[in-house]
Design a protein around this ligand. Structure first.
Ligand code: SR1
Ligand code: MG
Length: 408
């Protein structure tokens, strides 16, 4: 009987045995080595290499708790969601996700293409590298996966079946707590404020009752608007990149939610890269980020509108003016989520290296205040953001406001 017929958390030796038993990609005389390379918050990621012939594979396994903290008890069903979503996204946006080779329901793991000739985009951006094709790739990914899984295009009963298939209770709860709730309230012990920024955050975020009304509305929209099958965690740590190629990974937070959640995550994480470049006074890099943010928003709009005209099946969605209204709502959600993601990564539990690696304390405080000042505007005035340049302008104005003020 196979030792993999009931679940256990594997170590590197187990993973070598596992690939020998379950996969046919390695030769008889392969010399396999294995390393755990995961640096995400939830799962274990193993890279298995045949040192003799050079081929390799990734095995990703889910544990019963999050890697970042045992406080999060999680169903291992997230690996089913991730594997199935990757297979679906590969059909909807070919070439933009890794190939899944195997999904194992018993061991709660999957095998997928090794992308070790790519770099995690957040790491590359921390080195201030630039990627001219990124806006084109990520907007194709988002438009195809979001629009083609929505009621605008899909037969409604088939869409509702997908909604059922991708109910993602526990990971949605993480987002509801970490993104939509905790960063705005001073009464939980998971927020971590940067020393020197506590009072500013209290008066600017925790004490802003109007802001908390808006984030309450946004939370209920996230929980109740089953608009499209989202990636659900589309930050720059979920993207592998090289010069002319982009691959989106890690869709374990996928579920049916508002499209703007994905677009806003991309934009917010580009702004974090901007904040890092700004703190390190790299103007070429910050200008590339500004251009890329504009392109992401404007190419998203353009491709969305074009694809809508090609693919729309729902009679009422063909009504004159409906497409423009719908896209306007998606952009308002995008702005709001840009603000939410900017806020939660600074105040909440799950931080980003773009900010935490700024070693000069005054510069880090300044970077955080720029992000949060822009974030408030993105959340409160979300319907005013209709073009790429609006997003960048809000950030540049926030920078002026913060730099005009003396850092406490
Ligand atoms: C407990 S998980 C914390 C964060 O990591 C994931 O990548 C998601 O962004 C989540 O909010
Ligand atoms: Mg992840």
């Amino acid at each position: 009987m196979s030792r993999f017929s009931s679940y256990f958390l594997m170590n590197t030796d187990d993973v070598i045995d596992y690939v020998k038993e379950k996969l046919t990609i390695f030769r008889e005389d392969a010399e396999l080595t294995c390393k755990e390379i995961g640096d995400g918050n939830l799962n274990y990621v193993f890279r298995v290499v045949d040192e003799k012939h050079g081929n390799s594979v990734i095995i990703k396994q889910a544990g019963h708790t999050a890697r970042i903290s045992d406080e999060f008890k999680l169903s291992t069903d997230r690996i089913r969601i991730e594997s199935n979503v990757l297979l679906l996204q590969d059909k909807l946006s070919p070439g933009l996700v890794p190939t899944v080779l195997l999904f194992d329901d018993v061991m709660s793991c999957c095998a997928m293409e090794d992308l070790s000739d790519y770099t995690i985009m957040r790491t590359a951006l921390l080195n201030h590298e630039t990627f001219p094709a990124f806006a084109d790739h990520i907007t194709t990914f988002m438009v195809n996966n979001l629009l083609l899984t929505s009621d605008v295009v899909m037969e409604h009963k088939a869409k509702k079946e997908l909604v059922k298939q991708y109910i993602n209770t526990e990971l949605c709860e993480i987002t509801e707590d970490l993104v939509y709730t905790e960063p705005f309230y001073d009464n939980n012990n998971r927020n971590e404020l940067t020393p020197g920024n506590e009072e500013w955050i209290k008066s600017t975020i925790y004490d802003d009752e109007d802001l908390k009304l808006e984030t309450a509305k946004l939370k209920f929209s996230f929980m109740n608007n089953a608009q499209a099958l989202l990636h659900g965690d589309l930050h720059t740590g979920s993207i592998f990149i090289k010069n002319d190629r982009t691959k989106v990974i890690d869709p374990e937070f996928a579920f049916y939610g508002p499209m703007g959640y994905d677009v806003g995550n991309v934009i917010a994480n580009l702004f974090f890269a901007w904040a890092n470049g700004n703190a390190n006074e790299n103007k070429n890099f910050t200008e590339w980020i500004e251009k890329t943010i504009e392109e992401v928003v404007d190419q998203f709009k353009e491709k969305f509108s074009y694809k809508w005209d090609q693919e729309v099946t729902e009679l009422t969605a063909k009504q004159a003016g409906f497409k423009e209204w719908y896209l306007g709502e998606v952009l308002a959600d995008t702005a709001a989520v840009t603000g939410l993601e900017l806020t939660r990564r600074i105040i909440g539990l799950a931080k980003v290296k773009d900010i935490t690696s700024i070693s000069d304390p005054d510069k880090r405080i300044e970077a955080e205040r720029i992000c949060l000042t822009a974030a408030i505007r993105f959340m409160k005035q979300r319907s005013q953001f209709t073009e790429g340049k609006d997003f960048v302008a809000a950030f540049k104005e926030a920078e002026k406001m913060v730099k005009g003020l003396k850092v406490m």
